[in-house]
Design a protein around this ligand. Structure first.
Ligand SMILES: Nc1ncnc2c1ncn2[C@@H]1O[C@H](COP(=O)(O)OP(=O)(O)O)[C@@H](O)[C@H]1O
Ligand SMILES: C=C(OP(=O)(O)O)C(=O)O
Ligand SMILES: [K+]
Ligand SMILES: [Mg+2]
Length: 563
């Protein structure tokens, strides 16, 4: 069981209660409540609650996060949001107080983009998130996102953007220069010009501005602007010939030495998820998962789909990984923008078939970096991703550097809740593909499919699933049932790993080998905290570990009406 957060509420009559509803009554101070007396009183109260917590049976604690708990009390089971929210943390939201606001606003996963800032800065953020979880009862998972190797602008001599006018001549070089050299851009990769021919197009940020290659001069390129626009710091560079992308990723390693050092850092800081940039195939994901199996097998590896190669090997990448991020930012540099919506839908459907969580990322509410309200088109995009049953939506610059990060998060929250309520009436897509190879896997899968169907038909208030590694919870979630899925686990790391999954509320609780005891205890605890009431119907999915020698696999679905 995790350590117990020490957050106390002072109730009337000097009853002191902590988050787990461990209460003690202590006599009121005999003398007036001046500051010194109040301090003494508070110290005594805290000590007494601590003692009561120690004495109360430790296994009677329910680790449900404070945001979900409040949401449940206020809105009931059907008001719980299913789509998960990821926020990129940057200078605009990195303090303890700012992170707390995002956690209160529904952030399920905090993403740290290792492209930016220092390790010390990232370490501070990670520690603050863990502190918030511990002290305030949040359940926010931490994801690091590797830099990966990519050809981008390393330096263009200006603090912000540069304008490229029609017909102007520019040099793209790998040479470092100090200060501003007019019309000169330094590219990040030594071999950026290799294989590039005269007449090729150099496209900046997927079409922000376009150049034609006039001439190769040694390692450099002399180019003419043929579509005027802006060059931003770190803008992405790609080459096109006869309307097709010139593939340069093959030359670049997926995991650079910096990425490995960032991964080591992530392991030592106890992150929950590692997202890999520019994944080309399943091998690199398998390689990292293999490596992690010796270090911390609970860390999830997400593959980012953001290059043409990754689309060509989509299925093997999805199979190898623990989840996918549709990184539309870079993907839009490599495929025509109008293909993104259909590619997104295909990836989401494949992930659901293969039972892997999927995040839709980049530019969901881009205009909110500057403005306090989204565009209608952005809302439509968010709602479409929710309707496609993505597991999670992600904020990038909106939270990292924007002026309205919290507001952007609340837009995601309200739009997804609204869209979920609307599409609940639609017929659910039932996954067709059978996944399990072994009989026990097939049984688990069929049980979860049936459980979800049964829950929908009966209109139960909640689904309870007991899961040690999270597999049963994800198999239920894959069916996108109408009721929320409470996943009870006794493993903190499993709880943190379940945070990305659609509709799953991970709850930490001490589980015994006896399922009946587990079911009795969890319903009693949830009820005692006012989250379940008489007459509520709960569908329970459990497996029973056989104690006899018959090797029978027991898996059961039962419906419990709370009395
Ligand atoms: N840790 C950080 N420190 C400083 N700035 C950051 C950080 N993370 C993100 N940003 C800023 O937020 C923007 C959007 O974030 P993201 O989409 O993750 O990165 P990128 O634009 O590099 O793909 C970045 O361009 C960068 O300006
Ligand atoms: C999420 C993305 O990756 P990054 O922000 O690391 O470029 C993206 O390209 O959309
Ligand atoms: K990155
Ligand atoms: Mg990217």
């Amino acid at each position: 069981m995790a350590s117990i957060p020490t957050v106390f509420t002072l109730l009337p009559h000097y009853t002191v209660q902590n988050r787990f509803s461990v209460s003690v009554s202590i006599p009121p101070p005999k003398i007036g409540l001046n500051v010194t007396n109040l301090k003494r009183f508070a110290t005594r109260a805290v000590m007494q609650v601590d003692k009561a917590v120690q004495e109360s049976k430790k296994d009677d604690l329910l680790g449900i996060d404070v945001v979900r708990e409040t949401e449940l009390r206020e809105k009931g089971f059907w008001g719980l949001r299913k789509t998960k929210l990821v926020c990129t943390i940057g200078p605009a939201c990195c303090s303890y107080q700012q992170l707390e606001k995002l956690a209160l606003g529904g952030m399920n996963v905090a993403r740290l983009n290792m492209c930016h800032n220092t390790k010390d800065w990232h370490q501070d953020v990670i520690r603050n998130i863990k502190k918030l979880n511990l002290e305030k009862g949040f359940c926010v998972s931490v994801m690091i996102d590797t830099e990966g190797t990519q050809i981008h602008v390393a330096d263009h001599g200006a603090p912000s953007s540069l304008k490229a006018e029609d017909g102007s001549i520019w040099y793209f070089t790998t040479e470092q220069f100090k200060g501003c050299r007019p019309f000169t851009v330094q590219a990040s990769y030594e071999g950026f010009a290799q294989g590039v021919k005269e007449g090729d197009e150099l496209v900046v940020d997927g079409g922000m501005t376009t150049f034609e290659v006039i001439e190769r001069v040694g390692n450099d390129l002399r180019c003419k602007c043929i579509d005027p626009g802006l060059i931003l710091p770190r803008a992405k560079l790609s080459f096109w010939r006869d309307g097709k992308l010139v593939n340069k990723h093959d030359e670049l390693p997926t995991l650079s030495s910096k990425d490995w050092s960032d991964i080591e850092f992530g392991i030592s800081e106890g992150v929950d998820i590692i997202a890999l940039s520019f994944v080309k195939d399943g091998d690199v994901v398998k390689h990292l998962k293999n490596y992690l199996s010796t270090k911390n097998k609970f860390i999830k590896v997400l593959a980012k789909i953001e290059s043409l190669e990754s689309l060509h090997k989509l299925e093997e990448i999805v199979e190898a990984s623990d989840g996918i991020m549709i990184a539309r930012g870079d993907l839009g540099v490599e495929i025509p923008l109008e293909q993104i919506p259909t590619v997104q839908e295909d990836i989401i459907n494949l992930c659901r078939q293969l039972n892997k969580p999927v995040i839709v990322a980049s530019q969901l509410l881009e205009s909110m970096i500057e403005y306090p309200t989204p565009t209608r088109a952005e809302i439509a995009d968010v709602c479409e991703a929710v309707k496609q049953y993505a597991d999670a939506l992600m904020l990038s610059g909106e939270s990292a550097v924007g002026s309205f990060g919290e507001k952007a998060l609340s837009v995601l929250r309200t739009a997804s809740t609204r869209m979920e309520a609307w599409s609940r009436e639609e017929t659910q897509l039932v996954p067709q593909r059978a996944l399990g190879f072994s009989l026990s896997d097939q049984i688990a899968e069929e049980t979860c499919n049936s459980a979800a169907r049964m829950a929908n038909n009966l209109g139960v208030d909640a689904i309870f699933v007991y899961t040690r590694h999270g597999q049963m919870a994800s198999l239920v979630s894959r069916n996108r049932p109408k009721s929320p899925i409470f996943a009870f686990t006794n493993e903190k790391k499993t709880q943190m790993g379940l945070n990305l999954l659609w509709g799953v509320i991970p709850v930490l609780v001490d589980l015994s080998d006896d399922m009946e005891t587990n079911i009795e205890k969890t319903t009693r605890l949830i009820k005692s905290q006012g989250m379940l009431k008489e007459g509520d119907a709960v569908l329970i999915v459990s497996d029973v570990i056989p104690t006899d020698a018959t090797r029978t696999i027991y898996q059961s679905i039962q419906v419990k009406i709370i009395s």
